[in-house]
Design a protein around this ligand. Sequence first.
Ligand SMILES: [Zn+2]
Length: 223
Amino acid sequence: MDLSLIACGLSDVHLTDWYGKQVHKNIVSDLKALSRASKQAGFDLAIASAFRSFERQASIWNGKFSGLRPVYNIDNCAVEVSTLSEIEKCQAIMLFSALPGASRHHFGSDLDIYAKNCLGHGQSLQLAPWEYLHGGPFAEFSLWLDENLAEFGFFKPYAQYNGGIAQEPWHISHIATAKLLEQHQSIDVIADAISRHDVLGKQTILANLSHLHERFITNITKV
Ligand SMILES: [Zn+2]
């Protein structure tokens, strides 16, 4: 297995099916145990998003960079990307969406989860912080995760906003599996993947990659 290709979303040899979602083979037994324990605690754990390929991430990125998909600021207000310089556009997008090649969803070890049975009748999943905070439908589930994730080998890499990626209380990561792949998601590997694909803002990204890497990619909440 070429871990660099896996780390930047250009390979799917590490994946297996988990109830219709693609996840890293090495997380299955811990995910099964986590899911079972959460069920016993009264939460029906469901996955909103698991593995995402480089191509998929590039299509999200290009949609936002070109203004076809909305871009939001930290207060959830829409940003008019046409008024921004290229580097400002990159930074605005990276608050909520990873650079292609730099998403933790490429690993297959990282999942966006929610508790299916806690959604109210007719309520649809938003993946917005308020749902997971005090008073939200998944507040209790989120607290349960905070207390129990480590026992099953998982953590929340975006538990707090640290000036890079916004708070994502729904995003969990399998510690051992992600740690190995993080090491292979280096500046050089990401630069190589971006330079070989259609990614809008390519020259600006490549020129600023070490800064973007430090602020948005390695800047996670520690285990
Ligand atoms: Zn996520």
